[in-house]
Design a protein around this ligand. Structure first.
Ligand code: NAD
Length: 354
């Protein structure tokens, strides 16, 4: 029985990405989706139930449906339903995606049972942009990597290091493009940024911008400097403009902590060694992007970054077979075809004397 715990930010994707390899390896699962976004999990249960009805027990596998009891979903809060799963003696492994803080609690609570854990956690992901980068590709992709899904993707860029020779040009073009992103109802095809997950989360994200300003950083666009025009129906929603912050110190909270909203910081750098050291100087190590037309440079930098995933001259190109996971406080273990197989199965050694 595998315990699967998923977060709110990509609810169906992150849940099914755990369920599929778990049952393919012959496990049953008890999944606990986020209490903030449980509707798609509920809809998936209805489909599984429907699929289960067509099950033919005489077949070795279940091509015509998922048998009852194979995929079980419990709905509830983390402290009750989640923790019950983590502490249950009959659930020997937990695959968790969520915050680093919750992962620490899960590690403590599961320790008495010696459970196997896979932990996919937060990030503070850098984009490193060298003088020779192709800005016509880099700028639109870095806008997406900063603001896609309101910045609520663990792989989103939140620290942009730009080599000094192109810093001013990059900032000017990046901010001009960020201002074009329309905020509002995501059902409107011209809208790129929807509402944040909750009032509390919006307040937390705004608070980071205020803290940065108090520390002397400059907000170049977005929160507090531009006005947010919303359709009449969305006035009370938890919306926020894509926000770019400059002149922010590496040790400030905005450069160290995961904000998980449409906020990105942009800072200049001079040398390759310097930017690698600064990019690595955070507790997280999930994802990074490197932009340069010098193939030697991208290989050198990619190798030295403390990051589970590095994209060079692109972002979020995913093959589900590739290992996925973070270093340092961004996680323990990898998921993806071969890695998920290893996590969801157990090796046994049998020696036969003959
Ligand atoms: P969260 O840690 O608050 O919650 C994640 C899940 O854990 C939820 O289902 C929640 O109910 C449950 N939970 C909370 N407390 C628990 C406890 N004590 N015991 C057991 N379960 C508990 O995270 P969130 O706010 O839902 O999601 C955002 C976080 O997830 C961000 O930090 C983001 O970076 C991270 N994330 C990481 C990845 C990745 O692949 N590395 C992907 C998506 C999101």
């Amino acid at each position: 029985i595998a315990g699967l715990i998923s977060p709110w930010n990509l609810p169906l994707y992150l849940l099914t990405w755990k369920i599929a390899p778990a049952i393919a390896c012959g496990n049953t699962v008890v999944a606990k989706p986020s209490e903030m976004t449980s509707v798609t999990a509920w809809m998936m249960c209805k489909l599984l139930e429907k699929a289960g009805k067509g099950c033919d027990d005489s077949l070795p596998f279940f091509p015509s449906g998922v048998p009852p009891g194979v995929v079980n979903v419990v709905f509830g809060t983390g402290s009750k339903a989640g923790e019950a799963l983590v502490c249950h003696p009959d659930v020997p492994l937990i695959s968790f995606t969520g915050s680093t803080l919750t992962a620490q609690r899960i590690t403590e609570k599961s320790a008495p049972h010696c459970k196997r854990l896979s932990l996919e956690l937060g990030g503070k992901n850098p984009a490193i942009i060298f003088d020779d980068a192709d800005l016509s590709q880099c700028i639109p992709t870095t806008l997406r990597s900063s603001f896609a899904n309101q910045g609520e993707i663990c792989l989103c860029t939140s620290r942009i290091f730009v080599q000094r020779g192109i810093y001013n040009e990059f900032v000017k073009r990046f901010v001009a493009e960020a201002k074009k992103w329309k905020v509002g109802n995501p059902s409107d095809p011209t809208v790129s940024v929807g509402a944040l997950i909750s009032k509390e989360h919006l307040e937390k994200v705004r608070n980071y911008v205020e803290k940065a300003q108090a520390e002397g950083a400059r907000v170049l666009c977005g929160e507090g400097v531009d006005s947010l025009v919303l359709p009449a129906d969305n006035q009370k929603g938890y919306f926020m403009l894509p926000t770019v912050i400059a002149e922010v110190k590496d040790e400030s909270k905005c450069m160290q902590e995961e904000i998980f909203g449409p906020v990105t910081c942009v800072v200049p750098f001079d040398t390759e060694d310097e930017v690698i050291e600064r990019a690595n100087r955070v507790k997280y190590g999930l994802a990074a992007t490197v932009w340069s037309s010098n193939v030697g440079c991208v290989h050198r930098v990619a190798r030295r970054l403390q990051s589970g995933l590095v994209w060079t001259n692109c972002w979020l190109i995913r093959d589900l077979n590739l290992p996925f996971g973070g270093m340092k406080a961004s996680g323990i273990g990898r998921e993806g075809a071969k890695d998920s197989y290893e996590f969801f199965t157990e090796v046994k050694t049998i020696t036969i004397k003959h």
